[in-house]
Write a protein that binds this ligand. Structure first.
Ligand code: NAD
Length: 563
C-alpha cells in the first residue's frame, strides 16, 4: 500500500497502478505530490514550491484533505479548491474537469500585498504563483527554455550571433526559476556569473547540474569569469552574496557585462528579496519581528539594485527585466528611470506568443526517463522541419537533469501541441509507454495571462491590462474538458499585477483522453493566437491563415490602435 499521509520526503507514485478512480484524478494527485518532492520544490516542508511564497496547498491539513478527496473522487465529480483549500465536491459530468482551482484572487480595490498579507494571516488565502498552486511545476526545467529563447533572441538582435560565446552574462537569484539561468546561458555558450544570497540554493543548483561552481568572493568570481570569457570558455559561476554587492563591484571596477538581468523574487519584497546587510537567517528574524521595517529595507535595496543595473545599462550592458517586476518595485521606491530597462516579453518573446508558442510540457507518470527520450524522438520525427524545436530537444537531452517525475519542456505552437498529444495518447493505448502522460503548461503562455509588466507589456493595441483573455482561457479549457483548470492572480509580477490561467490534460490512452487532448491543446494555444491577432500582430494573423479558427474576428486593420 502506498503511504499518502507523508509530509516529508513526498514522492509521487510511479507506474500504471491506479490509486484513484480515474487517471484525471490520479494525474492531479501525482502532480500535486510531485510539486512537493524535495527534488522538485524549493521549500516543500513549508509547502512552498517556487517563486517567493508560491504554494501547492494552504496548509498540511488542506493538503491531506485534497489527497483524500482525490483518492475517492468519482469520474463524474469535480473537486473545487479555493486558494489551496478543498471546499466542495459537486456532481458534474464525465467530460468535465475533475478539479477546478482558484488561487489568490482578490477584488481589484483590494489587490495589494498589504491586503493579501492580512488575508493570508487570517488563513483565508494562499499565493499560488503560476504552476505551484496549479500542480504542474516541473522544477527549474520549467523555465529553462524560456530563458534559453530569451537569451538566444538577445544574441541574434544585439550581437548578430546564434550563440553568446565570449559574452559575460550577469544576474542574481538561483531559486526555483532563477536556477535555470546558469544552464540556459551555458547552452548558449556564455560565461555566467550569478549572485545568490542563500548558500542552500547554490547547493541545490550544483546538485541538480544547473550550475558548474561556486567561489567564495566577488573578486574571485569576477576574475574567473573574465578569464573564461577571454579564453572563450563556457562556465557558470555563483558567488554567495547580495546582488547589489556583485553589481557595485562591477560598477566600481568599470567592468560592464555583455548581458545583465535578475531573478531574485523581487515581485514579493517581503518574502522573495533579502535586503542588503542581512543574511537569510537575519532576514527571516526581521521579517517575523517587524514586517514593515523589512519591507522598507527590501524596497530600498531593490531601488539600489535597479540603480546599479541602470548604470551598467548606460555603460553598454544589454539588460532586461526577466519577469520579476523589479523595475516596477524600484519605480515605486523612487527610481524614475527604471523602465529604461527592457521587459523581456516585448523585446524577445512576443513573436513566439503570437504564433501560439509557449512553455508547453509533459511528464511521464511511469517515472521512467527512457520514456521521455522516446517522446523526444517522437518530437524529432514529427517536427523534423522545425529546426529551433529540434535543436532545443537535442540540447535538453544533453544538459537537463530530471527532478521528480521525468518531464520535458518544449515551446510548441498552435497545431503542434494537439498533434503531438494525440500521438502520445495512441502510444499509451498501444502499450508503447508503460503509463499515462500528463500534458500542461506554465500560465506564462500565449493566451492565458494578463500582466502589463510582463507577458502583456506594450501590446500593440494598448490592451496590456485587459483581464478578459485569461478568464476566457480558463472558461474555454473547462468547456473543452481539461482534467484540471486553474485561475490565479499575482503570479510572476506580484499581487495587483497579473491574472492568469492554467490547464492540464492526462493522456491515458482512452478515446476520452484523445478527445480532450485534441480540443484542449488546440483551443488553448488557438486562443493565444487569436488574442495576438486581435491586438494587431501580423505574425498571429498569418498563423491563423494557416490553421484557421472559426471567428467573427474584426480584421486588425479595423481595430482601434494605441495612440
Ligand atoms: P525563488 O523564491 O525560488 O528564488 C528567489 C531567489 O532569490 C532565492 O534563492 C533567494 O535567496 C534569492 N535572493 C533573494 N534576495 C536576493 C538578493 N538580494 N541577492 C541575491 N539573491 C537574492 O523564486 P524563483 O522561482 O526563482 O523566481 C524568481 C523570480 O522570477 C520571481 O519573481 C518569479 O515571479 C519570476 N519568474 C519569472 C519567470 C519567467 O519566465 N521569466 C518564470 C517564473 C518566475
Amino acid at each position: 500500500m502506498f503511504d499518502f499521509t507523508k509530509h516529508t520526503n513526498i514522492r509521487a507514485p510511479r507506474g500504471n497502478r491506479l490509486h484513484c478512480k480515474g487517471w484525471g484524478q490520479e494525474g492531479a494527485l501525482r502532480m500535486l505530490m510531485n510539486n512537493l518532492d524535495p527534488e522538485v520544490g524549493e521549500r516543500p516542508d513549508d509547502l512552498i514550491v517556487y517563486g517567493g511564497r508560491g504554494r501547492a496547498a494552504r496548509s498540511w491539513e488542506a493538503y491531506d484533505a485534497i489527497v483524500r478527496t482525490l483518492l475517492e473522487l468519482e469520474n463524474d465529480e469535480t473537486l473545487l479548491v479555493q486558494s489551496g483549500k478543498p471546499v466542495a465536491v459537486f456532481r458534474t459530468t464525465e467530460a468535465a474537469p475533475r478539479v477546478l482551482i482558484a488561487n489568490a484572487n482578490l477584488v481589484p480595490q483590494w489587490a495589494t500585498w498589504e491586503h493579501f498579507n492580512h488575508l493570508e494571516e487570517l488563513g483565508l488565502t494562499m499565493f499560488g504563483q503560476m504552476t505551484a498552486g496549479s500542480w504542474i511545476y516541473i522544477g527549474s526545467q520549467g523555465v529553462i527554455q524560456g530563458t534559453f529563447e530569451t537569451l538566444a533572441a538577445l544574441g541574434r538582435k544585439h550581437f548578430q550571433s546564434h550563440t553568446l560565446r565570449g559574452r559575460l552574462y550577469v544576474s542574481a537569484g538561483l531559486g526555483g526559476m532563477g536556477g535555470a539561468q546558469p544552464l540556459a546561458a551555458k547552452m548558449l555558450e556564455a560565461v555566467a556569473l550569478l549572485a545568490e544570497v542563500d548558500p542552500a540554493r547554490i547547493e541545490k543548483r550544483l546538485a541538480t547540474g544547473y550550475l558548474d561552481k561556486v567561489v567564495p568572493t566577488v573578486e574571485q568570481g569576477v576574475r574567473e569569469a573574465l578569464r573564461a570569457k577571454e579564453a572563450g570558455e563556457v562556465v557558470s559561476i555563483a558567488v554567495p552574496v547580495h546582488a547589489t554587492e556583485l553589481l557595485q563591484y562591477l560598477v566600481d571596477h568599470n567592468i560592464t557585462p555583455d548581458v545583465l538581468s535578475d531573478q531574485t523574487a523581487a515581485h514579493d519584497p517581503l518574502v522573495g528579496y533579502v535586503p542588503d546587510g542581512y543574511d537569510v537567517k537575519e532576514a527571516a528574524a526581521l521579517r517575523a519581528a517587524d514586517p514593515d521595517e523589512y519591507l522598507k529595507k527590501a524596497r530600498a535595496s531593490i531601488a539600489r539594485h535597479v540603480e546599479l543595473m541602470l548604470t551598467l545599462t548606460r555603460r553598454g550592458a544589454k539588460s532586461f527585466d526577466y519577469g520579476n517586476n523589479i523595475r516596477r518595485v524600484a519605480y515605486e521606491a523612487g527610481v524614475q528611470d527604471a523602465f529604461e530597462i527592457d521587459g523581456y516579453v516585448p523585446a524577445y518573446i512576443r513573436d513566439l506568443f503570437a504564433q501560439g508558442k509557449g512553455p508547453f510540457r509533459w511528464a511521464v507518470l511511469s517515472g521512467k526517463p527512457e520514456e521521455i527520450y522516446k517522446l523526444d524522438q517522437l518530437v524529432l520525427d514529427m517536427f523534423s522541419t522545425n529546426e529551433p524545436l529540434c535543436r532545443w530537444i537535442r540540447l535538453a537531452q544533453k544538459h537537463i537533469h530530471f527532478q521528480g517525475l521525468p518531464a520535458r519542456i518544449a515551446y510548441m505552437g498552435y497545431g503542434e501541441r494537439e498533434a503531438f498529444g494525440v500521438r502520445v495518447n495512441e502510444m499509451v493505448a498501444r502499450g508503447e509507454l508503460s503509463a499515462p502522460v500528463v500534458f500542461g503548461r506554465d500560465h506564462h503562455d500565449t493566451g492565458s495571462v494578463a500582466s502589463p509588466f510582463r507577458e502583456t507589456e506594450a501590446m500593440r493595441d494598448g490592451s496590456d491590462a485587459i483581464g478578459d483573455w485569461p478568464i476566457l482561457n480558463a472558461l474555454l479549457n473547462v468547456a473543452s474538458g481539461a482534467h484540471w483548470v486553474s485561475f490565479h492572480h499575482g503570479g510572476g509580477t506580484g499581487i495587483g499585477y497579473s491574472l492568469h490561467a492554467g490547464m492540464v490534460v492526462v493522456a491515458d490512452g482512452s478515446a476520452d483522453s484523445a478527445g480532450r487532448l485534441e480540443r484542449v491543446l488546440h483551443n488553448d494555444s488557438g486562443l493565444g493566437v487569436v488574442r495576438h491577432a486581435d491586438a494587431g500582430y501580423e505574425l498571429a494573423a498569418q498563423t491563423l491563415q494557416k490553421n484557421p479558427v472559426k471567428t467573427p474576428l474584426i480584421g486588425p486593420e479595423t481595430q482601434p490602435r494605441r495612440k
